[in-house]
Ligand binder design. Structure first.
Ligand code: ARG
Length: 469
C-alpha cells in the first residue's frame, strides 16, 4: 500500500489538513459494508484468474480478522489514512503484507464508496420500513379501539364538521403508506451495483460485474461507468422520502401538542414524553413531540444540503461528494429515532374521548347538515346555505346552540323545517351521514381499518422489492 509520500503528498502533511481532508470520522461507520464489498470483489478476482486462489484466501482471512478487530474496538484507525477504505486496506497490508495490495486491483475508491453507500442505505431503509410498518400497525390499532369516538374536524383550525377520531388517525395512515412506498422506491433506485466502474472509465481486467452484483444482492449493474461513480440520486431520493416523512411526523406532532393544551385537552401524553418547568410547577411540556417537529426541519436541511453539493459538479467523481455522508447518516439516524419515539408516544397517550365529543357540541359543526336538510326538502343548496348561516348568526348572538332552538323558531327562517330536523343536529348523525367512499361514517372507517390491516399483513409477507403498493 502506498503511503502519503508515494501519493506525492508533502512529507510534513499538516495535521489540520489531514483532519480537513479526512472522511474517516464519519465513514468508519461503513466498515461492514466496505469489507462485505471487498470480500466479494476479491472472490471475483480469483474466479477470473486475476489473482490466485491462494492470494484470495489470505486476503479474505485478513478481511475477516479486520472485521473482528473493528467490532471489538481494537482496530487502529488513523486519520493519516483519510477514509475507511484506506484504513482497511492499510491494515490488511500490515497483516498479510504486499499481497494485500492486490485487493484493489480493478477497483477505485470511487466505485468502492458508491457501493458501500448503497449497501449501507439498503440495510437502513429495511430497518426504517420495519419501524414505519410497526407505527402504522399501532395507528390502525388505535383507530380500531377508538372507533366510537367523535371529534370536531377542522379547517383553518376552526371547528368544521364532526368526524370520527379514527378517521382522522387513518388520514395519517394514508400519509405513512405513501412514505412507505417512497422508501420502497428508494430500494429500487439503489438496486444497481457500481463496482467495476473503476475510477470512472471502467477497468482493464476481465472482471465479472454480474457475479459481484449477484453476490451482493443487487438485481443489476450500473450501466454507465461514469454515471456509476457520480450518481447520488439514490441518496437524494432517500433524503427526499425522509424529509416528507418528517413533514408527516411533524404535522402529527403539532396536533398532539395542540391537543394536549389545556384549551383542547383531547389527549394526555405519557409522563415519559413530557417535562416539567424549572420555575412553573404546573407545566407538562410536550418535549418529545416538539423535538420531532424540530428535527423534521433538519431532515429538510439534509436534502437541500446534498442537492446543493451536487448541483454544480461536473462528471465524474469530485471530492465534494465526500460530503454526502453527513446528511445521509444524520437523516438515517433522525428518521429512526423519530419513528421509535413517536410510536411509543402514541402508544402511551391517553385519549380524552369525553373532551373530543364535548367539543363537537359547540361551534355549529352541524350547520352544513342543517343546510343539507333544507336541500333534501327541495331548496337549492345556495339558498339553504344562506338560511343555515342566518340561523347560526342568530344563535351566536343569543349564545345558543342549534340543538336548543324550538321548531317554531326554525320555521320563522324557513317553513320547510319539521320535527325530523332535530336528529340532523346530532353530531353522531352528522358523522353517519357522510357515508360516501372515503367518508367518515363508521362503516366506511371500519372498512378502511380492515383494508389497512390486510395491507400490513401483505407488506410483512412479501419482501419490499416484490410488490408495488
Ligand atoms: N472518502 C472518499 C469519499 O467518501 C472516497 C472516494 C475517494 N476518491 C477519490 N478519488 N479521492 O467520497
Amino acid at each position: 500500500m502506498k503511503d502519503r509520500e508515494e501519493f506525492s503528498q508533502p512529507s510534513s502533511f499538516p495535521e489540520f489538513l489531514q483532519a480537513f481532508g479526512a472522511s474517516l470520522p464519519l465513514d468508519r461507520r461503513l466498515y461492514r459494508h466496505d469489507i462485505m464489498g471487498s470480500k466479494v470483489h476479491c472472490r471475483m478476482l480469483a474466479r477470473q484468474g486475476i489473482i490466485t486462489e491462494e492470494e484470495a484466501s489470505r486476503i479474505l482471512d485478513g478481511l475477516d480478522e479486520i472485521l473482528v478487530e473493528i467490532e471489538e474496538g481494537r482496530f487502529p484507525f488513523s486519520l493519516q489514512w483519510e477514509d475507511i477504505h484506506m484504513n482497511v486496506e492499510r491494515r490488511l497490508m500490515e497483516k498479510i503484507g504486499e499481497i494485500g495490495g492486490k485487493l484493489h486491483t480493478a477497483r477505485s475508491r470511487n466505485d468502492q464508496v458508491a457501493l458501500d453507500e448503497r449497501l449501507f442505505l439498503r440495510e437502513e431503509i429495511e430497518e426504517i420500513l420495519a419501524l414505519l410498518v410497526a407505527l402504522m400497525e399501532d395507528l390502525v390499532g388505535l383507530a380500531e379501539q377508538n372507533l366510537g369516538v367523535i371529534m370536531p374536524g377542522y379547517t383553518h383550525l376552526q371547528r368544521a364538521q364532526p368526524v370520527l377520531f379514527s378517521h382522522h388517525l387513518m388520514a395519517y395512515f394514508e400519509m405513512f403508506r405513501r412514505d412507505r412506498r417512497r422508501m420502497v422506491q428508494c430500494l429500487r433506485a439503489l438496486d444497481e451495483c457500481p463496482l467495476g466502474a473503476g475510477a470512472l472509465a471502467g477497468v482493464d481486467f476481465p472482471v465479472d460485474r454480474h457475479f459481484v452484483a449477484r453476490e451482493l444482492g443487487f438485481s443489476r449493474i450500473c450501466r454507465n461507468s461514469i454515471d456509476a461513480v457520480s450518481d447520488r440520486d439514490y441518496l437524494l431520493e432517500f433524503l427526499s422520502a425522509a424529509a416528507i416523512l418528517g413533514v408527516h411526523l411533524s404535522r402529527f406532532c403539532e396536533e398532539l401538542i395542540l391537543w394536549s393544551t389545556q384549551e383542547f385537552s383531547f389527549v394526555r401524553l405519557g409522563n415519559l414524553f413530557c417535562t416539567g418547568s424549572s420555575i412553573m410547577p404546573q407545566k407538562r411540556n410536550p418535549d418529545m413531540a416538539e423535538l420531532i417537529r424540530g428535527k423534521a426541519g433538519g431532515l429538510m436541511g439534509q436534502l437541500v444540503s446534498l442537492l446543493v453539493t451536487l448541483k454544480g459538479l461536473p462528471l465524474a467523481y469530485n471530492k465534494d461528494m465526500q460530503e454526502d455522508k453527513r446528511p445521509l447518516f444524520e437523516a438515517v439516524d433522525t428518521v429512526k429515532a423519530c419513528l421509535r419515539t413517536f410510536v411509543q408516544m402514541i402508544r402511551t397517550m391517553e385519549i380524552r374521548s369525553d373532551r373530543m365529543e364535548a367539543a363537537t357540541e359547540e361551534g355549529f359543526l352541524t350547520a352544513t347538515d342543517l343546510a343539507g336538510y333544507l336541500v333534501e326538502k327541495g331548496r337549492p343548496f345556495r339558498k339553504a346555505h344562506g338560511i343555515a348561516a342566518e340561523i347560526v348568526r342568530s344563535c351566536m348572538e343569543r349564545g345558543l346552540t342549534l340543538a336548543a332552538l324550538e321548531l317554531a323558531e326554525l320555521r320563522r327562517f324557513d317553513e320547510a323545517f319539521d320535527e325530523d330536523v332535530f336528529p340532523i343536529l346530532d353530531p353522531r348523525r352528522s358523522v353517519e351521514r357522510r357515508d360516501c367512499p372515503g367518508g367518515t361514517a363508521t362503516r366506511r372507517v371500519r372498512e378502511a381499518i380492515q383494508q389497512a390491516k390486510e395491507e400490513i399483513r401483505r407488506w410483512r409477507e412479501a419482501p419490499p422489492y416484490e410488490e408495488d403498493s
